[in-house]
Write a protein that binds this ligand. Structure first.
Ligand code: PMP
Length: 448
């Protein structure tokens, strides 16, 4: 074993060979580093910073809650910000969702969702229900439980021996999945029906939940479902008594133009998870929302959800999130997302629509993805050895743009895409800035 090299930093970074600039300040949609360089936050970090980096109302809410009361453990107390936040979330949530469980992030929210689904079935006397079905194109978090459910093979591979059993069906991925001559609707029904086949294969009364992102984020780059897909999924779940868990950690909280992405599908889940935009990056917070029926099963059963973390319902995080949600709903920041997203899409199509290396430009609201291909006609993906996402990210960063290029997987195979998730407060000039800077990065990195 070689001796460890002396290091100037004691932070354990994501990439041990990277030397990162120090972020020192936020200014609207920009992050400034120690040398004064400004970066437009075109990905909101990882689809987090929906209100930019210097929102006065959110900052004020954090300061005053921290001064008033920073922390009170939820086995002793509830708090005003947590109660008010839960009320406001439920007021705007899809029909049927009635209770909110606050955690510190997306993986925690999804872990809580899985455990609640399992406990629901033990409480109602169906302990044989244990199987979780998810999709091959999915990411649900990095902790072991949700990693097991996620379909990103690259993320799972080395941890496979530690993961619980789960099964995966096809995603709803029109760009690659829809066959010639097949309508988008028929395609959606066909892939949704894979859920029914999988439930029947496993044994209908052994399946606990189906888990999906309404609009797929990190694994595939803002892939929206086709019309009717989630209605059919909902029908199948109802028919077999399977819980529908929607992971809105990335696509929720207004990112796609509605507070919850599933609103656009005309369905309600039994359980959903949100995070990222919920705290908008000002505080770490996530939430799991569940139906009145599921809550009642716990309330009328053991009366105790057998789960918990130290920072459940953290008052400062809840106060920040309440200010964020008020900005989105009462101040109507959410209303900007759909029209601004349409203009971003139009600008991307205008600049890159005929680009020989970009096969698809897609998404909803301010959640956009560009899929990179070696060949547009055959949709052949680039060789992962080229490490294009990494190079594009670096070139965009040099140009002063944060974007989120990922290798990801295309329904099991290697793929590459760029995810854009800019703050909702961006303006039209900044759409031009994003497109120009992305253009510079793509010219510097993509093969001619
Ligand atoms: N689910 C989805 C859909 C996500 O995009 C993410 C984060 N990228 C997570 C879960 C995990 O969230 P966190 O990183 O906050 O644990």
């Amino acid at each position: 074993m070689t001796a460890p090299s002396p290091t100037a930093s004691h932070v354990f970074p994501r990439h041990t060979h990277a030397t990162l600039p120090h972020a020192v300040a936020g200014d609207g949609c920009y992050i400034l580093d120690r040398d004064g360089k400004r970066y437009f936050d075109g990905s909101g970090g990882a689809a987090v910073s929906c209100l930019g980096h210097s929102d006065p109302a959110v900052i004020e809410a954090i300061q005053s809650q921290a001064a008033q009361l920073a922390y009170a453990h939820t086995s002793f107390f509830t708090s005003d910000p947590a109660e008010e936040l839960a009320d406001l979330l439920i007021e705007h949530a899809p029909a049927g969702l009635d209770r909110v469980y606050f955690v510190s992030g997306g993986s925690e929210a999804m872990e809580a969702a899985l455990k609640l689904a399992r406990q629901y079935f033990t409480e109602i006397g169906q302990p044989q229900r244990r199987h979780v079905i998810a999709r091959r194109q999915s990411y649900h978090g990095n902790t072991l439980g949700v990693l097991a459910v996620g379909g990103n093979m690259w993320r799972r591979q080395q941890f496979a021996p530690l993961l619980m059993e789960s099964t995966h069906i096809s995603p709803c991925y029109e760009y690659r999945g829809r066959e010639v001559g097949e309508s988008a609707f028929d395609y959606g029904q066909r892939v949704a029906n894979e859920l029914e086949a999988e439930i029947l294969r496993l044994g209908p009364n052994t399946v606990m939940a189906f888990v999906a992102e309404p609009v797929v984020g990190a694994t595939a780059g803002a892939v929206p479902p086709v019309e009717g897909y989630f209605k059919r999924v909902r029908e199948i779940c109802d028919q077999y008594g399977v819980l529908l868990i929607l992971d809105e950690v990335m696509c929720g909280m207004g990112r796609t133009g509605t507070l919850f992405a599933c609103e656009q599908e005309g369905i309600s889940p039994d359980i959903t998870a949100v995070a990222k935009g919920l705290g908008a990056g000002y505080q770490p917070i996530g939430a799991m929302l569940c139906s009145a029926q599921i809550y009642a099963a716990i309330e009328n059963g053991s009366g105790f959800f057998q789960h918990g973390h130290t920072y459940l319902g953290h008052p400062v995080a809840a106060a920040a999130s309440l200010a964020v949600l008020r900005r989105l709903t009462m101040d109507r920041a959410l209303d900007r997302v759909a029209p601004m997203g349409d203009r971003l899409q139009a600008a991307l199509v205008d600049r890159f629509g005929e680009h020989p290396r970009i096969g698809d430009i897609r998404g909803r609201g301010l959640f956009r993805g560009l899929e990179l291909v070696a060949d547009r006609a055959t949709k052949t993906p680039f060789d992962p050895a080229l490490a294009l996402p990494k190079k594009i990210k670096a070139a965009a960063f040099d140009a002063g743009l944060l974007c989120y290029p990922m290798g990801g997987t295309i329904d099991g195979a290697a793929g590459a895409h760029i995810l854009l998730a800019p703050p909702f407060i961006m303006n039209d000039d900044q759409i031009g800035e994003v497109v120009d800077k992305l253009d510079i990065a793509l010219k510097a990195t993509l093969p001619a």
